[in-house]
Design a binder for this molecule. Structure first.
Ligand code: ATP
Ligand code: MG
Length: 225
């Protein structure tokens, strides 16, 4: 199976942005991508057309509606909070085994390249006992770590790398998605991160829509050995 898990050093750093760019890259290379965003918080029927799930479906050329969003995002919660809290506010608890089973189901079609967008950062709790890290580990697929270029990102990034490595999760690449408030060009952040992670590919992504070449470069990370 060809699958990749897109995780991050935190929320709002660019997972959906990078996942969409990778989908475009796969399409440009003639592949057949599919995407899952199994858990989404801050979701409401009024704003669903701008949700992560809708962005991914649009990029795949599928029309977002409650049915198509329901298939790729079965766990949807209204409060814009971490999944454990958002579920608790709605009187629910996320069954992480069901989440893992849903993702594995998405990975079954070996003819497709499946991109799974996580939620928040690598150690966001899904419930009282499990975090995103347990979810990625169970899937046995590599991860892409999306990070920002804001002040403080280097420590967040190195901490996230350590967490992934502690579970032997292969990191196919780190993508530095330029933050709105960036004290230095992302290339400088890359240089600093590389001092500590020589064994990992690090790509930088400028603000704005990535061009075709960049999308292809990003998608090449999916099948990296
Ligand atoms: N390189 C970039 N250029 C321009 N805008 C960007 C870039 N990266 C992210 N953004 C914007 O920043 C915001 C957050 O990005 P995005 O939604 O991809 O983050 P996320 O990690 O998926 O967040 P969440 O944790 O909510 O899923 C979005 O409005 C997105 O369009
Ligand atoms: Mg997102």
């Amino acid at each position: 199976m060809t699958g990749i898990f897109i995780t991050a050093s935190g929320t709002e750093v660019g997972k959906t942005y990078v996942t969409a760019a990778m989908i475009r890259g796969v399409l440009l290379k003639g592949g057949s991508p599919r995407a899952l965003k199994p858990i989404i918080t801050g979701f409401s029927p009024e704003t669903m057309m701008t949700s992560d799930s809708a962005i991914l479906l649009n990029t795949l050329g599928q029309i977002p509606c409650i049915e198509t969003i329901g298939i790729i995002s079965p766990w949807r919660f209204g409060p814009p909070l971490s999944p454990d809290m958002a579920a608790a506010f709605e009187g629910e608890e996320i069954n992480h085994r069901a989440v893992i089973a849903h993702s594995l189901g998405g990975l079954e079609d070996t003819a497709k390249t499946t991109l799974i967008e996580g939620i928040g950062g690598v150690m966001v709790p899904l419930n009282k006992t499990t975090t995103v890290l347990d979810w990625i580990e169970a899937l046995k697929i590599p991860a892409i770590l999306v990070v920002g270029s804001y002040l403080g990102t280097i420590s967040h990034t190195l901490t996230a790398i350590n967490a992934l490595k502690s579970r032997d999760i292969p990191i196919n690449g780190i993508v530095i998605s330029e933050s709105e408030e960036s004290p230095v060009p992302p290339e400088l952040t890359k240089t600093s991160i590389l001092n500590f992670t020589l064994d990992i590919n690090v790509l930088t992504l400028k603000r704005g829509q990535p061009d075709d070449e960049t999308c292809i470069l990003l998608s090449d990370l999916i099948t990296l050995d």
